[in-house]
Write a protein that binds this ligand. Structure first.
Ligand code: ZN
Length: 847
C-alpha cells in the first residue's frame, strides 16, 4: 500500500511540473548568437536554430521573462505541447513508438498535409511489412528539381531511437512551416526524404538483424564482402528496396541513424583511406557535432571496419555525402532522454538542411533538343562523380573556392567548364548544354555492386569511380578475386565482330572473367576470359544485347595497391543494328491441363515475344528453335516474327513453335533452348530456359542449373529414371577397411576413372568413418553437415554422403568395400555402425 501511494505522489508532482512549465517556441534576436550557444543551453533553452543574428528554440514559459529582459524575444508558438497535440492528434512524445504507430502517424501526417507531403511505399520486408518513404517539400506533388536529402533510421531493428528522431524532425518541419521563416524557406527550396524504418521486422522483434537474421548494414552491395553478416550483395528485400529507391533520383546528402554510441561519422566504413570528399563530409559532421556534442570521425578510423554498409554505398555508388550518426549509448536510451536526443539532432539537421543547397547547381541538357541529359558531373577538386536527376539537374555540394566542372554523358561530347567561383554559404548556377555525338563509344555510368579485395594495409586508394567514363589512365584495382558490376546506361548491341572492350592500361596485365546481363543482379552470361586490355563479342555469351557488365578477377597474383585486374574503362561499340531480346513467352497447353506451363507429357504451342532494343528495324524476321535436352521434342521449330521496328515488340503468335515434354521429365527440370534468328541483313541467336512442370516434395531433387544430377528417394518410384534398389551385402565378402578410430579417413585406390560434376578423378577414394566418401585426397574427417561445396571449410568440395553423421567405429562396427570388374561396380558398406551419441543407435548403409 505504501508503495502505491508513493508512486502516485511522484506521478502527481511530475505531472504538475510539466503542466506548469509548458514550453514556448521563441526567436531571440542578438548579435553573434554562436558565441552564446552554451550560455543559452545552460539556461534550459533548447536550441532549434542558430541564425546569423538570432536563435530559435524552446524554453519553459516561466523562464521566458528573465530572458526577455535581456534580449528582444518573439514568441513563435505560445504553447508547444498544446500545439503539438493539435497538429498530431494521438501522438505523444517522450516515449518509443511502435512500428504500427509510426506507420499510422506517417499516414495521418500525409493525409493532413497534402501540399507538403507525399508518402510512398518503396518495398516490403521479409515478413511483408511496408517500407515507407516520406517526401516533404512545398508543392510535394510537383515534379521540380530541388536539392535532395535522405534520412533513414532503424536499419538495426533494436536501434529505433533514430525513428523517434525522424518522427520529431518531420513534426518539427511541418509545424513550423508557415510560422518560422527559415523552416518555410527550407521546406520550399529543399526536397526532404525520410525513411523512418528500414528494418520493420527487426524493430518488431527487437533484433539487430532482419527476419532472416541478416545485418542489413552489411548487405549493401557496394564494397560488400563475405564474412560480415550478409550472405550476398543486396541479398535482402529491405536493402534491395533502398537501392532501387536511390535509383529514382540522386541525393546530395544522406543521413543514417544508429545508436549504441555517440558519433557523427563519414565514409569510408571499409577502409581508413580518406574519401575524395572527406573535407566536405568531415566539415558537415563537425557541424553536426556542434549541435549534438557527438565526436566526429571517419567510420573505419573511429568505430570499426565494416563492409556492405549504407554509407559506403550512398557515397561510393551514388555520390551522396553521407553522415552516419550514432545517437546515444546505450542503444535503447531511457525514455526520459528521448526528447533531448530528438531536439539536439533536429537542431543539427536544420543546419545540414541549410547547407544542403550550397555549391554549384544547374541543368545538363541536349544542346539541340533542350531535353534533359542523364550525366555524370565531376568537380575538380575533388574529382568524385555525382549524377544528374531525370530533369537533368545536378547539385554539387561545395565550399567557397574555385572549381572546374567536367560533365560526361553517353552519346555526348565531354564538356569542361573551368574557373567557377563559389562564394561562401551560397550556390552558383551553371547550366550546361551538351553536344550530341553518336560516334563516342558507350562507357560505364555507374558501379552497382562490387567486392574490392582491399589489401589489409588499405594502401589501395583506387575506387570504382575511376573506371567510369572513357579511358583516362585512372584505374580501379579489383584486388585478387575482386569483382564489380557496371551499369553501361545504354545498351550494348551484338554487332559484327567485337562489341565492347576492357582497358587495363597497366604494365602488369592480369586476367579476368567478363559476364553480361540485362539486369544488375543477373542472370549472368560468360562473355569471355582474357588478360589485360581485351575485346569481347556478345555472341560468345549467346546474347543479342546487354546493359550490365560484371568483371571478376581471375584470382592469381598478389594483393597490393594494384592487385588483381585494374580497370581503366569499359567502352562499347555503337552499333546501328536491330537488337532483339526475349521479352516474354506464352505457353498454350489447352490440349493438356491448360495451366499455361509446359508439364511432363504435354504437347504445347509456344509464342516468344521479342523486343527490338536496337537502332534499326528487324525485317522479315524468322526464328528456328532448338534444344539438346533429351526430354524435349520440337515438332515445329520454325516461327515467323515479321517486322519489328526499334522500341517495339512482337511475337510469333500466328506461327507458333510446337514442342513436347516427355512424360518422364522430372518436374522442375530447367531445359535450355536456343532461338536462331535471321532477318534482312541480320542474324543472331538467343538462349533461354523453360522449366518443365513445377517441382513438388514428391519429386526427385535436382542439383545444378540446369540439373546435372537428381536425388531419388523411395517415393520417386513413378519415374522411369528411378534407379532400381538392390542391396549388395559385403559382410564377410568384401575387403574390410582398417577404420577403427573415431573421425578417421583413409584412402583406397580407385579402380576406374570416376567422373563427378564433370571432373575426372583417377587417383583414390577417401573413405570417412562418418559416413561419406570423396574422390579428392583429404585428411578431413568432418561429421557436421555443411553446404557443399564450401571453399572456406576444410571438407573436400566433392563428396558423396550416404549418411553424414557423427559415427563411432570404436564400438566395433565394420566398413567394407568390394570391386566387381564385370559389373563395373564399386561398393562401400558401413555395416551396422553405431552413432557416437546415443551409442545404442546404429545404421547399415552402402554407396
Ligand atoms: Zn546500428
Amino acid at each position: 500500500m505504501k508503495f502505491v501511494s508513493l508512486f502516485f505522489a511522484f506521478f502527481l508532482v511530475s505531472f504538475t511540473l510539466s503542466s506548469f512549465g509548458e514550453e514556448v517556441l521563441v526567436k531571440v534576436s542578438l548579435p553573434s548568437p554562436r558565441d552564446k550557444v552554451s550560455d543559452f543551453l545552460a539556461r534550459g533553452f533548447y536550441i532549434y536554430e542558430v541564425g546569423p543574428d538570432f536563435l530559435i528554440g524552446a524554453i519553459e514559459a516561466d523562464k521566458l521573462s528573465p530572458l526577455a529582459k535581456e534580449y528582444p524575444c518573439e514568441v513563435l508558438i505560445p504553447g508547444l505541447e498544446t500545439y503539438h497535440a493539435r497538429m498530431f492528434p494521438g501522438v505523444d512524445f517522450g516515449r518509443f513508438h511502435s512500428y504500427q504507430e509510426i506507420v499510422d502517424t506517417f499516414n495521418i501526417i500525409a493525409q493532413n498535409n497534402p501540399d507538403l507531403v507525399r508518402l510512398d511505399t518503396i518495398g516490403r520486408s521479409v515478413q511483408n511489412r511496408v517500407l515507407l518513404a516520406m517526401k516533404i517539400t512545398e508543392n510535394a506533388g510537383g515534379s521540380g528539381s530541388k536539392p535532395r536529402i535522405l534520412f533513414d533510421a532503424t536499419t538495426h531493428g533494436n536501434e529505433n531511437i533514430g525513428s523517434e528522431v525522424l518522427l520529431y524532425l518531420v513534426r518539427y518541419l511541418l509545424q513550423n512551416y508557415g510560422v518560422d521563416p527559415l523552416i518555410t524557406h527550407l521546406v520550399r527550396t529543399r526536397e526532404i526524404w525520410v525513411i523512418p524504418i528500414v528494418n520493420p521486422d527487426g524493430m518488431v522483434a527487437r533484433t539487430r538483424g532482419n527476419a532472416n537474421g541478416v545485418d542489413l548494414n552489411r548487405d549493401y552491395g557496394y564494397l560488400w564482402d563475405t564474412g560480415w553478416g550478409s550472405p550476398g550483395p543486396f541479398s535482402q528485400p529491405e536493402i534491395r528496396a533502398i537501392r532501387d529507391f536511390f535509383q529514382r533520383a540522386p541525393f546530395v546528402i544522406y543521413i543514417t541513424y544508429h545508436s549504441g554510441t555517440e558519433a557523427a561519422m563519414w565514409p569510408w566504413g571499409y577502409s581508413t583511406n580518406a574519401p575524395y570528399d572527406s573535407i566536405f563530409m568531415s566539415f558537415l559532421c563537425q557541424r553536426y557535432s556542434y549541435y549534438t556534442g557527438y565526436p566526429a570521425f571517419q567510420i573505419c578510423r573511429g568505430l570499426y571496419e565494416t563492409h556492405g554498409c549504407s554509407s559506403d554505398f550512398a557515397y561510393g555508388a551514388e555520390g551522396a555525402f553521407c553522415l552516419a550518426v550514432e545517437l546515444c549509448s546505450p542503444h535503447v536510451p531511457d525514455t526520459s532522454r528521448i526528447d533531448t536526443i530528438c531536439r539536439k539532432n533536429t537542431s543539427a539537421n536544420l543546419e545540414i538542411l541549410r547547407r544542403l543547397a550550397y555549391g554549384i547547381r544547374g541543368r545538363v541538357y541536349d544542346s539541340l533538343t533542350q531535353q534533359p541529359v542523364k550525366a555524370i558531373v565531376i568537380s575538380d577538386p575533388p574529382n568524385f562523380p555525382i549524377y544528374t536527376d531525370s530533369n537533368g539537374y545536378y547539385f554539387r555540394y561545395l565550399h567557397s573556392g574555385n572549381y572546374t566542372i567536367r560533365v560526361i554523358a553517353n552519346g555526348y561530347r565531354e564538356k569542361v567548364i573551368p574557373n567557377i567561383n563559389v562564394p561562401a554559404d551560397t550556390y552558383v548556377v551553371c547550366n550546361i548544354p551538351l553536344v550530341p555525338d553518336t560516334t563516342i563509344p558507350i562507357f560505364s555510368y555507374k558501379c552497382m555492386a562490387c567486392n574490392i579485395k582491399d589489401p589489409a594495409d588499405h594502401s589501395n586508394r583506387s575506387l570504382t569511380a575511376f573506371s567510369l567514363g572513357r579511358r583516362d589512365s585512372r584505374r580501379l584495382s579489383l584486388g585478387v578475386k575482386g569483382w564489380a558490376v557496371f551499369d553501361m546506361q545504354r545498351l550494348i548491341i551484338n554487332g559484327p565482330g567485337n562489341d565492347f572492350s576492357l582497358y587495363e592500361d597497366d604494365s602488369d596485365p592480369e586476367g579476368c572473367s567478363v559476364y553480361v546481363s540485362m539486369n544488375w543482379d543477373g542472370p549472368w552470361f560468360l562473355c569471355g576470359i582474357d588478360t589485360g586490355t581485351s575485346s569481347y563479342d556478345l555472341s560468345r555469351a549467346g546474347q543479342g544485347v546487354c546493359r550490365y557488365i560484371r568483371i571478376a578477377d581471375d584470382g592469381d597474383g598478389t594483393n597490393g595497391p594494384t592487385g588483381g585486374f585494374d580497370l581503366d574503362a569499359i567502352e562499347g561499340v555503337i552499333t546501328n543494328a536491330p537488337a532483339l531480346v526475349l521479352q516474354d513467352r506464352v505457353i498454350y497447353d489447352s490440349s493438356g491441363n491448360n495451366n499455361r506451363r509446359l508439364d511432363p507429357g504435354e504437347e504445347v504451342s509456344l509464342v516468344l515475344i521479342l523486343r527490338n532494343m536496337g537502332r534499326q528495324s528487324a525485317n522479315n524476321l524468322s526464328g528456328i528453335l532448338r534444344t539438346q535436352d533429351p526430354f524435349i521434342t520440337i515438332s515445329d521449330s520454325l516461327g515467323n516474327f515479321g517486322n519489328i521496328p526499334p522500341d517495339s515488340q512482337r511475337g510469333n503468335e500466328t506461327d507458333r513453335f510446337i514442342l513436347f515434354a516427355h512424360p518422364q521429365t522430372p518436374r522442375g527440370r530447367q531445359c535450355l533452348f536456343s532461338l536462331y534468328l535471321s532477318g534482312t541483313g541480320y542474324t543472331d541467336s538467343l538462349t533461354f530456359i523453360l522449366e518443365v512442370g513445377e517441382i513438388t516434395i514428391t519429386d526427385p531433387i535436382p542439383d545444378g542449373d540446369p540439373a546435372i544430377y537428381y536425388a531419388y528417394d523411395d517415393i520417386d518410384t513413378l519415374y522411369r529414371q528411378h534407379p532400381v534398389y538392390r542391396w549388395i551385402e559385403l559382410r564377410n565378402r568384401g575387403t574390410q577397411l582398417p577404420i577403427t578410430l573415431d573421425d578417421q579417413t583413409i584412402r583406397i585406390p580407385l579402380p576406374f576413372v570416376f567422373k563427378y560434376y564433370g571432373i575426372r578423378y583417377t587417383d583414390s577414394l577417401s573413405v570417412c568413418s562418418n559416413g561419406w566418401i570423396s574422390p579428392i585426397r583429404t585428411t578431413s574427417a568432418v561429421y557436421t553437415n555443411q553446404p557443399l561445396p564450401d571453399p572456406t571449410s576444410s571438407n573436400p568440395s566433392a563428396m558423396i554422403c550416404p549418411n553424414w553423421d557423427d559415427l563411432y567405429p570404436p564400438y566395433g562396427n565394420r566398413i567394407w568395400y568390394l570391386y566387381e570388374p564385370d559389373s563395373h561396380r564399386f561398393v562401400i558398406e558401413w555395416d551396422s555402425v553405431h552413432y557416437f551419441s546415443p551409442n545404442t543407435l546404429w545404421d547399415k548403409f552402402e554407396v
